[in-house]
Design a protein around this ligand. Structure first.
Ligand code: HEM
Length: 476
């Protein structure tokens, strides 16, 4: 019996396809497509793709990484920026790379990473001035970028080199989604954006290769850093048993792109959602102040930051940073009831999967108590699709939860963050990750002492309450 063809999503126009609704309000647009069936065809400015709307089929696609290999416009552009790193390489190359990178993410490394995280966030968070209005999206990205560069290259990189690398990697990451939505003929043109992108790419590559060479020349430098782990990485089962310098630089770009905006965005969403839910905000503030008493969180505090972790997890479920990802079929294959030819570009959305009512009842309700620890104290796992799945599951998931928990608790411990009415001045274009865009908050000292019970935390400024979520939904 012939298999049904994948239906074309409604609302396309001849030239742009579905680009306009996709750019104007991507999340409501994706949600609207779930009524069209398990799979639906999307056309984004000439690029055809099959969107998986069903959560079970998304799981099935994720575990079959050989049939549904990394590919599609997003990964094509990511490869341009991060070469063939572990996140972008094809399945045939992936097992080797994953084995070589894995030691950097072993549990015993985490106390060391946590020390770097606490140091870097302490400088930024304590440096905020009471009474000032800051863009939390920028400050949290500054922290995650600093943490990434310091964990990879070691804390001894000079401030000047550190700042240049941070600026170049930021430019690279920012260019990826922009370029993945551009028609191919525009990519080589010397537009200002393309010129900045290429310059940042060349310069960051040069800096990283120099740092790697210096590390190789002086094996005593930065021993705890991720770079030395990648330099030492050795896989006797592979034909090519170690990483080349260029491969290591590719991994560094990969970690930066995968681990900076994602973690920062999840902390911002947690602050934002807590601001809209005063009871959550009170519990969060109470915990941070009771456990930390006004200082920055460290590795030793983690076991007591239970509600902070729950809030972060629920924010990740509500707004998973990796919200729209792509694959390419390597051979004719079947997904659900549909036959897909080789070379089909597939898109899937962790956002759709974490809003599947059969998995998360009342999915639009923000409820950190979904993640109350089990009786043995173990936290329920973060919804796995937030970090992908199968062999390509995020390698930095625990790194991200660790950093996000420390950062959310530290921000809340030091300051009373009051979101400003304009705090969701979202960019019109969706980003590579689902980040909230600009998020202005006034920094105030806490007033009531923490020991008095759940602290009376300020609700959001009146103009934003209730409206913000609607506005956010509208625009993404
Ligand atoms: C909240 C923060 C984060 C989220 C939500 C997140 C999400 C994801 C997702 C969804 C994938 C799978 C992509 C796909 O299947 O197409 C992924 C892969 C990956 N992530 Fe993360 N990530 C986060 C933080 C990090 C951090 C901090 C790092 C590194 C330090 C990192 C490194 C990677 C790498 C290397 C991969 C590719 C894994 C592979 O293909 O073997 N991520 N991440």
């Amino acid at each position: 019996m012939p298999r049904p063809t994948v239906p074309l999503a409604p609302g396309h126009t001849p030239l742009l396809g579905h680009l306009v609704p996709f750019l104007r309000a991507p999340l409501p647009f994706l949600r609207s497509l779930t009524s069209c069936g398990d799979l639906v065809e999307l056309r984004l400015a000439g690029q055809r793709m099959t969107l998986v709307c069903d959560a079970d089929l998304t799981d099935r696609l994720l575990v079959n990484d050989r049939a549904f290999d990394k590919g599609g416009p997003l990964y094509d552009r990511l490869r341009e920026a991060g070469g063939n790193g572990v996140a972008t390489c094809p399945a045939r190359e992936h097992r080797r790379q994953r084995r070589l990178v894995q030691p950097a993410f072993r549990t015993e490394r985490f106390p060391g990473y946590a020390r770097i995280m606490s140091q870097r966030m302490d400088t930024v968070i304590r440096g905020l001035r009471p009474g000032s209005v800051v863009d939390l999206a920028r400050e949290t990205r500054r922290i995650t970028a600093d943490v990434l560069i310091s964990t990879v290259f070691g804390a001894e990189v000079s401030p000047h080199v550190h700042a240049q690398l941070a600026a170049d990697l930021k430019e690279l990451a920012g260019g990826i989604l922009r370029r993945s939505l551009m028609p191919k003929p525009v990519l080589p043109l010397p537009t200002p954006g393309n010129v900045r992108y290429r310059r940042a790419s060349r310069r960051s590559q040069r800096i990283m290769l120099e740092l790697i060479r210096r590390h190789r020349a002086d094996p005593t430098a930065g021993r705890a850093g991720l770079l030395s782990i990648l330099i030492d990485a050795h896989d006797p089962d592979s034909e090519r048993q170690t990483f080349t310098d260029e491969e290591i630089a590719d991994q560094a770009v990969t970690f930066y792109v995968a681990g900076t905006e994602t973690t920062a965005g999840s902390v911002c969403w947690a602050v934002y959602l807590a601001a809209l839910h005063p009871a959550v905000r009170r519990r969060l503030t109470h915990e941070a102040r009771e456990v930390l008493a006004g200082r920055t969180a460290t590795w030793e505090d983690l076991d007591r930051l239970v509600y902070t972790r729950q809030t972060l997890t629920e924010a990740l479920r509500m707004y998973p940073p990796g919200w729209f990802l792509t694959r390419e079929t390597t051979a004719a294959t079947r997904l659900g009831n549909h036959d897909l030819p080789a070379g089909t570009t597939i898109a899937f959305s962790p956002y759709l999967a974490t809003h599947e009512p059969s998995r998360y009842p009342d999915p639009d309700r923000f409820d950190p108590d979904r993640w109350t620890p089990h009786e043995d104290g173990a936290p329920p796992p973060v919804p796995s699709v937030v970090f992908g799945g199968g062999a390509r599951k995020c390698i930095g998931d625990e790194f991200a939860i660790l950093e996000g928990t420390l950062m959310l608790a530290s921000l809340t411990s030091h300051w009373d963050l009051r979101l400003q009415p304009d705090s969701l001045g979202l960019p019109r274009l969706p980003h590579l990750t689902l980040s909230p865009g600009r998020m202005n908050a006034r920094i105030e000292r806490h007033t009531a002492p923490a020991a008095d019970g759940p602290a009376e935390a300020a609700a959001p400024e009146p103009a934003q309450e209730g409206k913000q979520e609607g506005k956010g939904e509208q625009r993404r």
